[in-house]
Design a protein around this ligand. Structure first.
Ligand code: SF4
Length: 336
């Protein structure tokens, strides 16, 4: 357990940085070993009903060219991810209710009928009946970043939405039986070190099954375009502290880190921060509309497209190996 004051001191990071990273590395090795989970992200729609100021997919961004995969395309892409040897498919989209409960259940079932993979959902907030149905269809994990635990900053960054509702939605996922992933953004305009310390305390208290921490990347078509990127060193300290307070949580070296520092970002998360997961983008497996979807993805999210090959190179450079098997929650395994 770390106290708030200790976290703040380590976040300032002047003197104890090497020890901090060593401790994160040791904890990662103890609980997760040297294997890295590869989780293939199928980003199937960039429509979204939300207006998050930090995101190029925000509803009011009229310049975004939107795409939606058909049900068949999502299934084919997921099957190609499995054929490529990945054991987890992450179905990701904006909050897009074009995809009904029935459609999403059908997609999940069709994938699981034909491939031995675990399915993670990253679809934003959905009614509890949908979440139950997705579980019944076979999905086992859900990513829902909390973004920041500062309620005022949350409300500013996500107009019309409240932190309390988000945290309740995350609790609901856990209550239903999902392996739950949360995460924050480092470097949001107006964010303080105290805010980040509170995020780390939240990780410590909630003990998520998965964590996805990423730096703020300004998108040219959003109101935050003129703000600077999150700081890589601070991000690594947040990362390492999160590993220390969560122990065996699966922690992803996010693709936004590769956007911030294409050469070394994800490598440093693996080598210093305690990461044990990379989530490569897998849309190109879909042959028919590959180029278009990859292109749209890049310009609408302004995030680097991390391929499976690139992910394998990064983890090899860090002296790590690819994990075999579905990579379910180590917390749930430990509790079983
Ligand atoms: S972060 Fe997610 S929920 Fe928010 S605007 Fe972007 S796609 Fe929508």
């Amino acid at each position: 357990m770390l106290e708030r004051g200790e976290i703040l001191e380590l976040l300032r990071g002047v003197e104890n940085q090497d020890q901090l990273f060593q401790r994160a590395r040791d904890i990662r090795r103890t609980y997760c070993g040297d294997e890295v989970q590869l989780r293939g992200v199928v980003h199937f729609s960039n429509y979204c009903r939300c207006n998050d100021l930090y995101c190029g997919l925000m509803k009011d961004n009229a310049q975004t060219r939107r795409f939606r995969m058909t049900e068949d395309e999502v299934v084919q892409t997921a099957l190609a991810v499995a054929e490529a040897g990945l054991h987890t498919v992450v179905l990701q989209s904006g909050e897009d209710f074009h995809y009904s409960r029935a459609m999403l259940c059908s997609i999940i079932r069709r994938i699981l009928d034909q491939a031995d993979v675990a399915i993670t959902l990253s679809l934003g907030e959905r009614p509890v009946e949908d979440l139950r149905a997705f579980l019944d269809a076979g999905a086992s994990r859900y990513l829902m970043k909390h973004e920041t635990v500062n309620p005022a900053l949350y409300a500013k960054m996500r107009p019309g939405l409240r932190l309390d509702d988000r945290l309740r939605a995350i609790e609901t996922l856990r209550r239903l039986g999902y392996q739950v992933g949360v995460g924050n953004i480092v470097g949001l305009p107006g964010q303080t070190l105290e805010d980040l310390a509170e995020d780390i305390l939240y990780f410590q208290e909630f003990q998520p099954d998965m964590v996805n921490i990423g730096p703020f990347i300004p998108h040219a078509q959003t109101p935050l375009a003129a703000y600077p990127c999150g700081d890589m060193e601070l991000m690594l300290r947040v990362f390492a502290l999160t590993r220390i307070v969560t122990g065996n949580t699966h922690m992803a070296a996010a693709n936004t880190v590769a956007t911030l520092d294409p050469e070394n970002g994800q490598y440093l998360c693996l080598a210093l921060g305690g990461a044990n997961v990379i989530m490569p983008n897998c849309n190109p497996f879909l042959k028919s509309r590959t180029d278009k979807i990859e292109y749209e993805f890049q310009i609408t999210t302004a995030k680097r497209y991390v391929s499976v090959g690139e992910a394998r190179r990064v983890l090899g450079r860090a002296g790590r190996t690819v994990a075999q098997g579905p990579g379910h929650s180590l917390k749930m395994n430990a509790a079983a």
